[in-house]
Design a protein around this ligand. Structure first.
Ligand code: PHE
Ligand code: ZN
Length: 850
């Protein structure tokens, strides 16, 4: 499959395509193994380009014929595409190719899922559909005719004519090929309508397979909320007569923002109280919003090249997080986002896969849909907004939309808009886009004669290809408290621009307690040598909800580290602090639940490694169990009362308030189960009328090893439901004790319902193993071998999903020599496979090179 050495592509080599595309006509004659795609494309020389080489991307296509201006041509064909001589001036290129959607297991290009046809073209999948300049800076209008026996035939834009067994679509908005989509199948629409702010009537549909039609209502409400929100907050109106969403079961990612025809992984759109958890509902709302917001940030303004991916993804993640903050609780959203950022992005940034938010090289672009591009990309926008202020941010966004509508833009264009609006020079700030690695921010304080001084120092460890790091611009939100807990200085933004910098406050009556990096104002690792008394104080008094949570988290970490490293027993300051949190009725239940949660075991391992201590996954696991048990004992009298208080009456609603109550109820149930052996959880399982309560009870029972009956009951109840079955698979691995995790995962891969070709099921099972820190890293090495076996099996079928899951091995350097050796042996075993995909080869060789 792979010929010779994979090629690295560099940002610095960008040149525009020699031709512009004036319009595109496509006809699809659908057949499972012999779909014909007939194209007619009008090209004209691009006055902005010197190189007039005519090359069209195309892979795995069977070319039947090609014509230029109506005359047959014999183009040169390689595995990557087609080249030919072309006339001077404008010309029409036509061709017909044959493709085989049914055998397309990579889920890229045109493929089949559960009897329906669908497409996935981002980033470079259109070249598997027909010959085309498959690059985001080539934009054109598309007219598409779909011929097939299916009742529903969809493509981008507005519907034109349709008849028996065909439909035509016209998309008036020029777009790059990666936003192309086609769907055909026996689907059912969940319809609705929306009136935009200028009074335009838009038809909305969520298309699903039969049997799923009762799981669309929530997604539809989320879509309408997103449309209203983007009008109100960003002044962005929808621009077609119709907006369609389609749910597909086989999908590599979460969802895709194709113009007017979003395609969703069914797990990211289908929802019902009986089958979806509160977390599912929240995620679905956020992803619907995300894809909808792409209509402006991604589609109307797209990326010049794939190095600019964060231009659309960072901004759109930022926008969807604003949306969720507005719909739900802003502080809860912020805390959850930071947990996620630290769990995924910090691990990436601190390891062999580290890359800048805007990378400057890649082998396979599919490997750069990362937490760095998405989540850190969003953090960078948040920092920019903090630095310029809300008003300037709003003005800059207006200018961005006005100036670049219809463009394929760059990060330079984006920053220029902010420079023009604010008069600031953002050259230094731009380092957040070009430099990889998480800055470590250390801080020292001094107090004398009423003068309080904070001195910060930033240091970014080297990352692959970037040994030296220049200082970044870091917005540090700081507040000061006095010893009674009263705030003497409300939140203020310090703008750090140098490697080392001090900030002073005069006239203070006594030495204040600083609350630093409020709201997590920058994605850095704060290193503050403080003690647990101060953390306990901030946990009790900080007015900033994020830092209050952070103080509890730091306290938990230091407690756990003392237990792991020195065999200490659980710290009573932590236990008292958490008991106070549990009882604090002034704190909303969701925040309390978040505060009661412990740092992940992987995060603890990283913290140890950062201190130069080799982490022992089993010891970390045991410390967490011990601390949980100690918390349960310490809170014994309060747990049942809070559990009772958090019962939600009436019909299920996924709103933030009842969901938060359930979250706290479940947290108390989980702790309590360590004392009652699962008795209360059995009751909850038996009486649950929604998935949140049912599955949380089951998870608790499995962890207590008393859930076998319930597990079978759950299977019998839900075996017909694919998305619930994914949960069933994942849950058993997640709840296993470390020595059993790989065994259970392996047994599940032999279950008749296991299907490695379905990415959701594969991730549910093997992704759950990779996420089980002590299980995956069990000293037997069984976890490593099982994952490697399955990656080897999956790679020829689905390179994208295989490559993404290779990230499980990225932290190998943290561990002891024995584990390192076992991990590298598995990495090398995969790398030695003949015909390994470019995706997987790139990931593993980067991991190996650490
Ligand atoms: N662009 C999609 C999103 O973030 C993600 C995606 C990338 C989906 C590549 C499929 C393939 O919304
Ligand atoms: Zn996106």
């Amino acid at each position: 499959m792979r010929d010779a050495a994979p090629q690295t592509i560099f940002l610095k080599d960008y040149t525009p395509f020699g031709y512009i595309v004036q319009d595109v006509h496509l006809t699809f004659k659908l057949a499972p193994r012999a779909t014909r795609v007939i194209s007619r494309i009008r090209f004209a020389p691009n006055p902005g380009a010197d190189n007039k080489t005519f090359f069209l991307h195309g892979e795995q296509l069977d070319l039947k014929w090609a014509k230029i201006n109506g005359a047959q041509i014999k183009p040169a064909i390689t595995p990557e595409g087609l080249s030919t001589d072309v006339p001077e001036g404008a010309f029409t290129f036509e061709c017909e190719v044959e493709i085989s959607p049914e055998t397309n297991t990579a889920l890229e290009g045109l493929y089949m899922s559960g009897g329906m046809y669908c497409t996935q073209c981002e980033a470079e999948g259109f070249r598997k559909i027909t010959y085309y300049p498959d690059r985001p800076d080539v934009m054109s209008t598309f007219t598409v005719r779909v011929e097939g026996p299916h009742p529903v035939l969809l493509s981008n834009g507005n519907p034109a004519t349709s008849g028996e067994h065909f439909a035509e679509w016209h998309d008036p908005w020029p777009k790059p090929a990666y936003l192309f989509a086609l769907v055909a199948g026996d689907l059912i629409a969940h319809p609705d309508r929306f009136t935009t702010m200028s009074g335009k009537d838009v038809e909305l549909n969520i298309y699903v397979r039969k049997g799923d039609e009762d799981k669309c209502a929530f997604g539809m409400e989320a879509l309408k909320k997103s449309m209203v929100w983007d009008e109100k907050v960003y002044g962005r109106e929808y621009d077609l007569d119709i907006f369609n969403i389609v749910a597909v079961d086989d999908f590599n990612m979460g969802a895709m923002e194709n113009k007017g025809l979003n395609v969703f992984n069914s797990s990211c759109v289908l929802a019902s109280p009986e089958t979806s958890t509160d977390a599912n509902f929240e995620r679905i709302e956020a992803i619907i919003a995300h894809e909808y917001f792409h209509n402006w940030t991604g589609n109307r303004i797209t990326c010049r090249d794939w190095f600019q991916l964060c231009l659309k993804e960072g901004l759109t993640v930022y926008r969807d997080s604003q949306f969720t903050s507005d719909m739900r609780s802003a502080s809860v959203k912020r805390i959850s986002d930071v947990i996620d950022l630290r769990g995924r992005q910090f691990a990436e940034d601190g390891g062999p896969l580290a890359h800048p938010v805007r990378p400057d090289r890649f082998v396979e672009i599919n490997n750069f849909y990362t937490a760095t591009v998405y989540e850190k990309g969003a953090e960078v926008i948040g920092m920019l907004k903090t630095l310029v202020g809300d008003d300037a941010y709003a003005k800059a966004l207006d200018l961005y939309f006005e100036r670049h509508d219809g463009d394929a833009a760059t990060i330079e264009d984006w920053l220029q808009v902010f420079e023009d609006v604010t008069g600031r020079n953002l050259k230094r700030f731009k380092r957040w886009y070009t430099s990889a690695g998480t800055p470590q921010l250390s801080v020292k304080e001094s107090f004398k004669n009423g003068r309080y001084k904070l001195t910060f120092r930033q240091e970014t460890p080297p990352t692959p290809g970037q040994p030296q790091k220049k200082p970044r611009v870091i917005p540090i939100a700081v507040g000061l408290l006095d010893e009674s807990g009263a705030e003497v200085l409300p939140t203020q933004i310090l703008e750090m621009t140098k490697r080392q910098q001090s900030f002073k406050w005069e006239g203070l009556a006594s030495k204040p307690v600083p609350s630093i990096l409020r709201g997590f104002s920058a994605p850095v690792i704060l290193k503050r040598y403080t003690d647990d008394d101060e953390r306990a104080f901030l946990l009790a008094h900080d007015t900033d909800p994020f830092n209050r949570w952070e103080a509890g988290r730091e306290l938990a970490k230091s407690t756990l580290l003392n237990m792991i490293e020195d065999g200490a027993s659980p710290d009573t300051r932590y236990l008292d602090g958490m008991l106070a949190v549990l009882r604090d009725d002034a704190l909303d239940p969701a925040t309390r639940a978040l505060m009661l949660g412990l740092p992940s075991q992987s995060e603890l391992a990283q913290t140890l490694a950062d201190k130069g201590v080799v982490p022992d996954p089993q010891a970390i696991y045991e410390a967490v169990q011990t601390l949980n048990l100690a918390m349960a004992q310490h809170m014994q009298d309060t747990l049942p009362r809070i559990y009772a208080q958090c019962q939600v009456e009436g019909p299920y609603s996924p709103d933030a308030e009842p969901a938060g109550k359930r979250e706290l109820a479940i947290a108390t149930l989980g702790l309590g189960s360590r004392l009652d052996g699962g008795k209360a959880a059995k009751d909850q399982f038996a009486s649950a009328d929604n998935m949140t309560l049912q599955i949380s009870a089951l998870a608790i029972l499995l962890r207590q090893k008393v859930g076998d009956t319930e597990l079978d009951q759950f299977y019998a109840q839900w075996k017909h439901d694919r998305l619930v079955m994914d949960k069933w698979f994942g849950l058993q691995v997640g709840a296993a004790v470390p020595e059993d995790a790989a065994y259970i995962a392996e047994k599940l891969t032999q279950h008749p319902d296991f299907d490695h070709k379905n990415p959701n099921r594969f991730r549910a099972t093997l992704g759950a193993l990779a996420a089980h820190h002590a299980g995956f890293h069990h000293i037997s090495g069984r976890g490593y071998t099982l994952l490697a076996d399955w990656l080897i099996t999956l790679d020829p079928i689905n390179p994208q999903t295989t490559a993404r899951m290779c990230a499980a091995f990225q932290t190998w350097k943290r561990y002891d020599p024995k584990r390192q050796e076992m991990i590298l042996a598995e990495v090398d075993r995969i790398l030695a496979q003949p015909n390994l995909s470019r995706d997987t080869a790139e990931m593993l060789s980067r991991i190996r090179a650490a």
